[in-house]
Design a protein around this ligand. Sequence first.
Ligand code: PEP
Ligand code: MG
Length: 593
Amino acid sequence: MAKKVITGIPVSSGIAIGKAFFMNRRLYGAIPRQSIAQDLVESEAERLRQAVDCAISDLVAVREDLPKELSDHALLIDSHITILRDPKLSKSVVKYITTMQINAEWALLKAIKDTEETFAAIKDDYIRERIQDVRLMADRVLSKLMGLSSGLTAIEGRIILLAHDLAPSDTAGLEVDKIMAFSTTEGGKTSHTGILARTLQIPAIVGVSGLEDNITDGEFIIIDALKGRILVEPSEEELAHYTELQNRFETYQKSIHRNCHLPGETIDGFRVAVHSNIELFEEVAAVLDYGGEGIGLFRTEYSYMNRPSLPTEEELYEEYKELAEIMDGKKVTYRTLDLGSDKLLSQHAQISERNPALGLRSIRFCLQHKDMFKTQLRAILRAAVHGNCAMMYPMISGLRELREANKVLFEVKQDLRRDGLHFAENIPVGIMVELPSAVMTAELLAREVDFFSIGTNDLIQYSLGIDRTNKDVSYLYQPLHPAVLRSIKMVVDAAHQSGIEVSLCGEVASDPFCVPILLGMQIDSLSMNPQAIPGIKRIIRQTTMDECKTLLRRILDCRTVMKINRLVMDSIFTRFPEELTFYSSLLDLDDMV
Ligand code: PEP
Ligand code: MG
């Protein structure tokens, strides 16, 4: 057994085995408080100034040598340089050195504590969270004061890089060929670390609590970014197991990647478009690399978050246009703003809702903030002339809401005409089906839209009455619950009866155990995270519509989730054993293996 096993969120799949190396370790616990004599106060203050200057020079050098593909990060690095240059912070550190006669490291800690308290009282989420950047910069100065190297130049061989957090200014200067994998204490699915790891195609796990307390530099560890586990000082058997798993995973990856640009088509010729979901523009490269045939869901709200002001129409237009152009004729589906609930804007006063998932979110929010909605619609309509674009409204509950949204769209088109601006007059307009009320009225909605996209993440939440963000009820999140399957089938059938296409863009689309069932329903397209595309295409290309339909029939006869899961497990595991090993499924399969 390993000495310790700690867990986190896998954001880039794979296995890495090697020595741990910490960068930006949160140094606060390791700092001694030392009194200094009065006559050394000035030299201590000078030591601080030099450490700050050194940290600035490092960042300026990183900024100058920034590789072209990371040029988007220049602004962030500039903002970090500005933090370091801010005389207020240095002044308050020097004040502590002078008045308390303490060492610069301890004085810096005290000054950061003051800054944290000031930031904690700030109401604006975005500005309050900027304390992370201040802490990162304080870490850089502390490393300099303590004579620690933050670079990898002194390291021989390849390592697994661990850090409290990794800012673009850290990763931009990394010698990437020395890094086998990443892991950080901070971070979530869309964190910079995750995106970078996916771009570099190396395994990564983020959001690991206890990372810094449980691993020391040079310790031998295994990063299992298939399951989100880190094994510290593994046993011989674990090592042998993971070495073998790593080889199999790499061979498997190579084999599926080779064929990922082939179309998603079953052996008997049924074509399913395999699209990708993206949150950030930077992910487009991965979509194309992994064989994405288009973008089935662009979650546009991320361009509105983490910024002090709302984006302008021109900014949005430029971003949407660039996306349409890069995709070069491949489909791009912009989802209009899905803000609200947990995705609040920093510009809006804190809305405190009892049940945010049932509150003023998504299309409801847009219909109450029409100016903001109109700005986005103008940008989408204008950008859409530059590619093969479509748009869809999230969380539509029924005809009335759809018509209200379409009325705004109509007004926007009139305004654009009046302004003499070129726009896509006939852009296809669809809706996301994610509420049970939309499922039940799918037949009516289908007559008034150009396409459906089923958002199972929310549809499951609302159908089964479970908060998708609550760990305590996650065991009830069952994609193959008969109610969910029947809902999806109803929507697909309603769409086809009206002659419109239907896509599915929730996580279910990337679950190898669910895909054959969706094929059996004759879904037209699936949209998923870019990395999942090669594996899902492999399943599609090695199956027949006949066997998917048979499986679906058998499943629809089952009365319980348990029975369905078992049936799926038996049939798919025998056909695609690799998928069980290399993909984390949404289904609760552990007790069935
Ligand atoms: C969904 O609900 O399935 C979906 C794709 O939208 P989001 O996850 O962004 O809510
Ligand atoms: Mg949703």
